[in-house]
Design a protein around this ligand. Structure first.
Ligand SMILES: Nc1ncnc2c1ncn2[C@@H]1O[C@H](COP(=O)(O)OP(=O)(O)OP(=O)(O)O)[C@@H](O)[C@H]1O
Ligand SMILES: [Mg+2]
Length: 221
């Protein structure tokens, strides 16, 4: 891959991640607006601020077309439980009007060394996929613990439509998608970003009962 192609790929990956998080901001600002309307709260200042936020988000979205960036990682000691709780809160925006319960079983006192923002983005991608796999009603579970090899493990599972056996090999390939509006980049970016930080993402199983992704991360002592 020559340098120009590398930049183009990089730009597309980063744009994709930024767009995911822009849409979380858009969804949450819309939720605030609706909640205020429902509770009869009239506040010109807040309404104005929300309009500004929504406008800014649009502008950033359009600006992404020009984005070029370096492959920057800032690893830091991170409390796994706190980071996962933050990611779950962010990803919940995608539940929107579906009837989805997210269960958490997160062990205390596990510290990993990761770029926290990139890790958050990975978890959001996986939760977003889990929500998208559930048509209306279902369950998602996020568990974290230490595995038999002494690594931290995060298991994210969801009910909903499974991934067919023939497609299970392809889901981490760049551009593979079964969604009409998907770009097929989410899992590819997650796997690449985690691998660059010595962490590993894999599909553990997908059947009629659940689809389960596992992340293994070296721990910090
Ligand atoms: N939890 C899941 N349950 C069922 N299928 C899944 C799940 N996660 C991923 N998939 C399948 O893997 C494909 C690739 O996922 P990936 O996140 O890479 O791309 P995408 O979601 O299609 O698009 P986007 O780039 O917007 O994330 C999906 O299109 C879907 O078919
Ligand atoms: Mg996705």
């Amino acid at each position: 891959m020559n340098e120009l192609e590398l930049y183009k790929t990089q730009t597309r990956y980063i744009s994709h991640e930024i767009r995911n998080h822009l849409s979380i901001c858009e969804l949450y600002s819309e939720i605030i607006k609706k909640r205020m309307e429902k509770e009869g709260i009239k506040n010109d200042s807040i309404e104005g601020a929300i309009r500004c936020i929504q406008k800014s988000l649009k502008i950033i979205g359009y600006s992404l077309i020009d984005l070029k960036s370096l492959n920057n990682f800032s690893p830091q000691k991170t409390d796994l439980k706190t980071t996962l709780e933050t990611a779950i809160k962010m990803g919940e925006a995608y539940i929107n009007e579906k009837n989805i319960e997210i269960c958490k079983e997160l062990e205390n006192n596990i510290t990993v060394e990761l770029d926290e923002n990139k890790f958050l983005a990975c978890i959001v991608n996986i939760i977003k996929n889990a929500i998208e796999a559930i048509e209306i009603t279902g369950k998602i579970s996020v568990r974290s613990s230490i595995d038999d090899n002494g690594k931290a493990q995060v298991i994210i599972s969801n009910t909903g439509k499974p991934i067919s056996i023939d497609k299970q090999k392809e889901i981490f390939e760049e551009g593979f998608t079964t969604k009409t509006t998907g770009s097929g980049l989410g899992l590819h970016i997650c796997k690449t970003n985690l691998a660059l930080q010595n962490a590993k993402l894999q599909l553990d199983k997908s059947d009629e009962y659940s689809t389960e992704f596992k992340i293994s991360i070296p721990i910090c002592n």
